[in-house]
Design a protein around this ligand. Structure first.
Ligand code: NAD
Length: 258
């Protein structure tokens, strides 16, 4: 018995990092998984690897800022697998990746950077949720998991202001969704990872000075593997979390407990 048997899930940003880990974990636990990304080659590789393992997954191009792409991927899930039970809004960007290891100050932040981060990290979650709700209603309920960050709860982990703002928006958008759709059996929760070993954070931790400074702030003294977040996301997506909605799951090695 898998923890996601008979469930159909959509995961955004599933071509690499935490999203790819969630695709594999959900499918290994019995879910049928439709996942999307803008990195099509990587996404198709994840799809091929999963299928070689006997897992039932389908990759589709998905730019989370596109209403049309969201409409298409929800339709794909319903046409191919008959319904939609879970949505993981995982896709996200951090502008400091392009700006190198250092934090970007408020005064160095351009309007274009602000708009891009807010579009992908916040508007993308809104568009995904809005597209998924009617399908979840047709399925008789569902679970939405929005990947925020500890940077959505405190300014201490700021690498760029728009990143904090976008992740803070995700945190409260999730609660509004939870409250509004609870009576339809649709749950919504946010996940707040601390430092995780994914391509997004590589440039930061490649700088030994920055890495040492950051790891000194982590009580468990290390970065996490993506699977350590994926298990939390899996719990929230599964029926094990049937009374959990509007909650914040912090997976951060103790960072914000200090
Ligand atoms: P990652 O860069 O490895 O993966 C993010 C994925 O999102 C990539 O595959 C990327 O192509 C995709 N993506 C970017 N823009 C997109 C768009 N417009 N449409 C669709 N897909 C798009 O990073 P990750 O660390 O795995 O990040 C996953 C989530 O976790 C993000 O929301 C990130 O903000 C959040 N997060 C990461 C950390 C960390 O330390 N790595 C910590 C807290 C929160």
């Amino acid at each position: 018995m898998g923890r996601m048997d008979d469930k159909v899930a959509i995961i955004s940003g599933g071509a690499r990092g935490m999203g790819a880990e969630e695709v594999r974990l959900f499918a290994r636990e019995g879910a049928k998984v439709v996942f999307g990304d803008i990195l099509d080659e990587l996404g198709q590789q994840v799809e091929a690897d999963c299928r070689a393992e006997g897992l039932d997954v389908a990759y589709a191009h998905l730019d989370v800022t596109s209403e049309d792409d969201w409409r298409a991927i929800v339709a794909l899930a319903e046409e191919r697998y008959g319904k939609l039970d879970a949505l993981v809004n995982n896709a996200g960007i951090s502008i400091s990746v392009e700006g190198g290891a250092r934090n970007i100050s408020l005064e160095d932040t351009s309007v274009e950077q602000w708009d891009r981060v807010m579009d992908i990290n916040s508007k993308g979650v809104f568009l995904g949720t809005r597209a998924a709700i009617p399908a979840m209603r047709r399925a008789g309920g569902g679970s939405i998991i929005n990947i925020s960050s500890i940077a959505g709860m405190t300014g201490a982990w700021s690498r760029s202001h728009p990143y904090n703002a976008s992740k803070g928006a995700v945190r409260l958008f999730t609660k509004a969704t939870a409250v509004q759709h609870a009576r339809e059996g649709i749950r919504a929760n946010s996940v707040h990872p601390g430092p995780i070993m994914t391509p997004m954070s590589e440039s930061t931790y490649a700088d030994p000075e920055v890495a040492a400074q950051r790891l000194a702030l982590v009580p468990l003294g290390r970065r996490a593997h993506p699977i350590e977040v994926a298990y939390g996301v899996l719990y929230l997506a599964s029926d094990e979390a049937s009374f959990v909605t509007g909650a914040e799951l912090v997976i951060d090695g103790g960072c914000i407990a200090q």
